[in-house]
Write a new protein. Structure first.
Length: 201
């Protein structure tokens, strides 16, 4: 046996190399499968939630708003407007016709659903939403959050001469993340919706 090993030692190395590659490949495949499975279930849950919200909020009424869970109100009311807007040929023009309270709610929902990262919101959205974030935050009582957004708002304003300052953007995103509380935000938005339901329905 010792003689065989001394003569064919390179086969042993090849064997262990193949074994290691097989184990590694199996491990990576298992991780990829688990990740795919998790993402699939997350997307499935999101779709179920959207269907439930659509059924509940498709037609906005006083009773719908009064009976809704606080945690669902912002997303549900915004979805109700989204369903109406997407049927229009010119969504932007129709959006501008909505009551200001509805535009605030729509903007706040976009902001929170995209992850509530200030710089990303201003990078990814059009002027009609960018102009509304600060006043919308103020309207629901998130005044400190609104204050933090003002410099970034100016940087991404096409009519402003303020230059993009990456250090300031990073600093603002970090400061915002430190104070932003999604549950508090949703409760504040829900109160605003209930207080303004006459304008929203």
């Amino acid at each position: 046996m010792a003689e065989w090993f001394s003569q064919y030692w390179y086969l042993v190395i090849v064997f262990f190399a193949v074994l290691a590659a097989t184990i590694f490949g199996t491990y990576k495949a298992s991780k990829a499968y688990k990740r795919h499975n998790r993402l699939f279930h997350e997307e499935e849950e999101k779709m179920k939630r959207l269907v439930e919200l659509k059924q509940k909020f498709e037609v906005l009424t006083e009773d719908t708003i009064d009976s809704a869970d606080d945690g669902d109100l912002l997303e549900g009311v915004a979805l109700s407007y989204q369903l109406k807007l997407q049927k229009q040929a010119d969504m932007t023009a129709e959006f501008e016709k909505l009551p200001i309270q509805a535009r605030y709610i729509y903007t706040l929902d976009i902001f929170s659903s995209e992850g509530a990262v200030v710089s990303e919101f201003y990078r990814n959205n059009g002027k009609e939403l960018k102009d509304l974030l600060v006043p919308a935050l103020r309207a629901i009582g998130e005044s400190e959050e609104a204050r933090l957004c003002v410099p970034i708002s100016s940087m991404f304003d096409d009519d402003s001469e303020v230059s993009i300052d990456k250090a300031k953007i990073d600093e603002t995103d970090a400061a915002f993340k430190n104070i932003f509380d999604l549950n508090k935000f949703k409760l504040a938005a829900a109160k605003y919706i209930r207080d303004n339901k006459t304008a929203l329905i």
